[in-house]
Design a binder for this molecule. Structure first.
Ligand SMILES: [Zn+2]
Length: 447
């Protein structure tokens, strides 16, 4: 029997003796659930995990104790996150009126109730807030996402006008731009028109021999910093950030050969959100001393960011896409990306190359990991608590990777040619992580 994750939970298939997982599902709990499909008749069963070249798969293969050890994951969602809390208050008010003096969550409840009253959802009468809206609030609460407003994908082939898919708001800009090839059950469709305001994408079946990959730039500005190690040479902090993401265009990539066969331009509104983040930076003097050139340092930051991002997702029981990752100056001046030559380069927000080499320019790159949902969902602050462990595990991962100068299983898809004039990305990333490791005393977990 071959199955997708559909059989992961609660299905008793019966007399199965062996379960083979094609790749790590992303969490220990998920892997155990899948293995648990075999051996349900009190017989000994075998579970085999076939690791792909994905970073998490390689990490698990190298560190089986992480998988076999007791409960390494914490399901982290912050119930007092404002968007989540407001949904719960709406649902609670629908069940029973709130009375003055009652408590719900740790935020200011009367302020929240007054806000809902101003929205016409509740009505205050004396010391009581009653539900007055027509709708049933739980219908509007998504268990998967806090950003509302899904996009629908409408098929126009042969005048059909049928809805073939729904895409959540945060992925729409990256997958539904005009010209994009959108896959539904391995059939390609091409987006002909995107109605951003109406949240509709019109597509037509296509026979194109390429797929598309969005080119996007992320700019991030630190708004507020809550906690920070004042240590030298590196610091780790967490706080609130403003993230702007711009999809500037897309690449057309031929199937199988993965050749780049063209580009297209995209014009979409910038995606803005206010969310929480954790970040690491290195004292400029220590950074100049550690690297011969600033571009080597960028390679190091990008590679370290890739490893930290995956390890952080692993430790938070989150999907990799639940956390965003950015390398930049934290002030929206530039951000670093892996360029067409496979090496780190800096971009200004319009996508133009930004020269970070000038000695007069202050050079303070940082690695940011942010909650990839408006308002944050409570991942960043606990990661700050785990900072020493996140860095130690990322450094471990690099040290344990069999590649020579960097690969997708450690520092990400870089072109790790051993250019004589530039440090290999893996060595650069290891140097950055070694500096990050000196930013904080080891946490209890790491000891
Ligand atoms: Zn590697």
């Amino acid at each position: 029997m071959v199955s997708t994750s559909a059989l992961e939970l609660g299905v008793d298939v019966g007399a199965l003796d062996v379960c083979v997982l094609n790749g790590y599902p992303g969490s220990v709990a998920g892997a155990l659930q899948r293995f648990g499909r075999a051996g349900r008749r009190r017989r000994t069963a075998l579970g085999v995990l076939v690791a792909s070249s994905n970073l998490l798969d390689q990490y698990i293969a190298q560190h089986p104790e992480f998988f076999l050890g007791a409960s390494p994951e914490h399901a982290r969602v912050d119930p007092d996150q404002l968007l989540i809390l407001m949904d719960h208050i709406r649902c609670a008010a629908f069940e029973l009126p709130f009375r003055a003096g009652e408590r719900f969550g740790s935020e200011d409840l009367p302020a929240a109730l007054d806000y809902l009253a101003a929205q016409g959802v509740l009505h205050r009468e004396g010391d009581c807030w009653h539900w007055i809206a027509d709708s049933y609030p739980a219908n509007a609460v998504s268990l998967r996402s806090v950003a509302d407003g899904n996009f629908v994908v409408i098929d126009l082939t042969d005048g059909r006008k049928s809805v073939i898919a729904e895409v959540d708001y945060s992925s729409a800009a990256l997958t539904l731009y005009e010209g994009a090839i959108y896959m539904v059950q391995s059939t390609p469709w091409q987006v002909e028109k995107l109605d951003w305001v109406g949240r509709k994408a019109f597509v037509r079946a296509t026979r194109a021999d390429y797929y598309t990959d969005a080119i996007d730039y992320t700019k991030l500005k630190i708004l507020d910093q809550f906690a920070c190690d004042a240590a030298v040479p590196a610091r780790c902090a967490h706080g609130e950030v403003h993230v702007v993401r711009r999809v500037a265009g897309y690449k057309k990539i031929r199937y199988y050969t993965h050749e780049n066969v063209g580009y297209g331009a995209v014009s979409l509104p910038d995606q803005e959100m206010h969310t929480s983040a954790v970040w690491w930076e290195i004292d400029p003097q220590a950074l100049e001393a550690a690297f011969e050139s600033r571009y080597e340092a960028l390679d190091g930051f990008l590679g370290a960011a890739f490893a930290l991002h995956h390890i952080a997702a692993l430790l938070s029981l989150a999907e990799v896409r639940d956390l965003g990752r950015a390398v930049g100056d934290g002030n929206r001046t530039w951000s670093a990306v892996v360029g067409a030559d496979g090496r780190g380069t800096a971009r200004a927000f319009d996508g133009a190359e930004f020269d970070v080499g000038g000695a007069a320019l202050p050079f303070r790159p940082a690695v940011f990991l942010y909650d990839n949902y408006p308002g944050g969902i409570g991942l960043a602050a606990p990661l700050h608590g785990l900072r020493a462990e996140v860095v130690a595990r990322a450094a471990d991962l690099l040290a344990g990777c069999a590649c020579a100068s960097g690969c997708p299983a450690c520092v990400g898809p870089v072109l790790a040619r051993d250019a004589r004039d530039r440090l290999p990305p893996k060595a650069a990333a290891a140097r950055v992580l070694a500096l990050f490791a000196r930013s904080a005393p080891p946490s209890a977990a790491a000891r």
